[in-house]
Design a protein around this ligand. Structure first.
Ligand code: SF4
Ligand code: SF4
Length: 415
């Protein structure tokens, strides 16, 4: 058996959830092929540290391999990783493996929060930000909402706590026809948090007629170029943020680092620090700055260095300021699912492998984090599901809001 085949068995066992077997295979590779007698004890130490948690143990082992900087071992690992993350992933596993790495969504009981995103492809918004990806519609296409009440009912049958984002692609403020749906989420005891994104150009009182604010986490988006009466609209935004801070479960503000927006950062940050609200920054992606350049490559050195200091943590900075990241391991599919308007479940927006349909009897989720087959995830809100963010940081409140492990229990967002 070649070392590559041995590694393939490691990965296959990982996919099966057979962590003990995967670790044993890994030890075999190291012992027989790489003649590193110190490594097996290192692996065992990692396992003991993780208290027999095989999944955590293997994650530590992977880190150990990378840290050892052994070109042979790293090459082996990366080769298998790239095979596992591509279409051949499915060729590596038998049908049984496919079945065993899944959990039935409606029958798996757990105390761990499952993040659910219901995609509502209504593209109505009162703003026209230059960097917006929408093809704006004038009126909501209400037929897109037809199945949503049924989907929400099905969410109530999932035996674990849920964090649900039910946002349109436009702005919820401009789509009152969606607001009554919040009453259905409000009524479900297993729905612990409902995330709502809004530019806060108006009050959210209309929505709070349908949902208790204490169940809501807000991502308020700050778009200074869209303010008609600049100072007046800006002050209204901060006033609303401050009111919501005392009303809802969590609020963060999200800001796109377009070159037109960048001069507004310092004031925004100072005012939010003053009222104790976390600011999360998105780097531009694609050709959305209106200057013909592709981003994030289009940032000059000074802009790039500046934006780097604005990011939640170093991983997010690297992720957002580089167009692609290969071979990331991600818990979307295990800790997060996305539901489209037909009820189809996928692990996220970018990977189209179906995990069944929420309206059927047999949807499933993953038991383990898996490598991402896209070669690069282009949305910042998923960073919390990607290693090492998923391991080192904890999300609190909105999906944009992190605490570093070493500082749990404090209000610091950045390590
Ligand atoms: S507020 Fe958001 S949805 Fe509306 S135009 Fe701006 S980026 Fe697009
Ligand atoms: S890294 Fe992004 S694209 Fe890949 S699985 Fe995770 S959320 Fe989806």
């Amino acid at each position: 058996m070649t070392p590559f085949e041995e590694f393939a068995r490691v990965i296959e066992n990982l996919a099966l959830g057979e962590f003990k077997a995967a670790e044993r295979e890994l030890l075999n590779v190291v012992r027989r092929r790489l003649h590193r007698p110190d490594l097996p004890s290192l692996f065992r130490a990692a396992r003991m540290e993780s208290d027999q948690d095989w999944e955590a143990s293997l994650a530590s082992v992977k880190d150990s391999i990378m840290e050892l900087n052994s070109p042979a071992l790293t090459e082996l690992w990366e080769t298998i990783v790239s095979q596992w993350s591509g279409p051949t992933e499915y060729m590596l596993h038998a049908d049984q493996a496919e079945a065993r790495k899944k959990l039935p969504l409606f029958r798996h009981t757990s105390d761990k929060m499952l993040y659910v995103t219901i995609i509502i492809p209504i593209k109505v918004c009162n703003y026209r930000c230059s960097y917006c990806f929408l093809e704006h519609e004038k009126k909501p296409e209400v037929s897109q909402l037809e199945l949503v009440p049924l989907m929400i009912e099905r969410l109530g049958q999932i035996p674990r706590p849920l964090f649900v984002e039910m946002s349109p692609l436009g702005d919820i403020i401009a789509i009152p026809v969606m607001w009554p749906l919040f009453a259905k989420l409000n009524a479900l005891p297993n729905v612990k948090t409902v995330e709502v994104w809004s530019n806060l150009s108006r009050d959210l009182d209309g929505i709070f007629q349908f949902i208790n604010p204490t169940k809501v986490a807000i991502v308020a988006t700050y778009h200074p170029t869209e303010f008609r009466k600049f100072n007046e609209d800006k002050d209204k935004f901060f006033r609303r943020v401050e009111i919501l801070r005392d009303l809802v479960q969590d609020i963060t503000v999200n800001f796109v680092a377009s070159t037109a927006n960048m001069p507004h950062y310092d004031e925004l940050k100072a005012r939010l620090d003053n009222i104790g609200v976390h600011l999360s920054v998105n780097a531009l992606l694609g050709a959305r700055n209106g200057d013909g350049k592709l981003y994030p490559e289009g940032y000059n050195v000074t802009e790039r260095e500046t934006i780097q200091t604005w990011m939640d943590n170093d991983f997010v900075a690297t992720f957002m300021l580089n167009a692609r990241r290969e071979n990331v391991r991600c818990s979307a599919g295990k800790d997060h699912i996305q539901i489209d308007q037909q009820g189809n479940i996928t692990r996220c927006e970018f990977v189209h492998e179906r995990y069944g349909n929420i309206l059927d009897d047999d949807p499933y989720i993953d038991t383990v984090e898996r490598f991402c087959p896209t070669g690069g995830c282009s949305c910042k809100i998923y960073t919390g599901f990607i290693e090492p963010c998923s391991a080192e940081y904890a999300r609190v409140g909105t999906k944009n809001h992190y605490l570093c492990h070493s500082r749990f229990g404090t209000s610091d967002q950045r390590s």
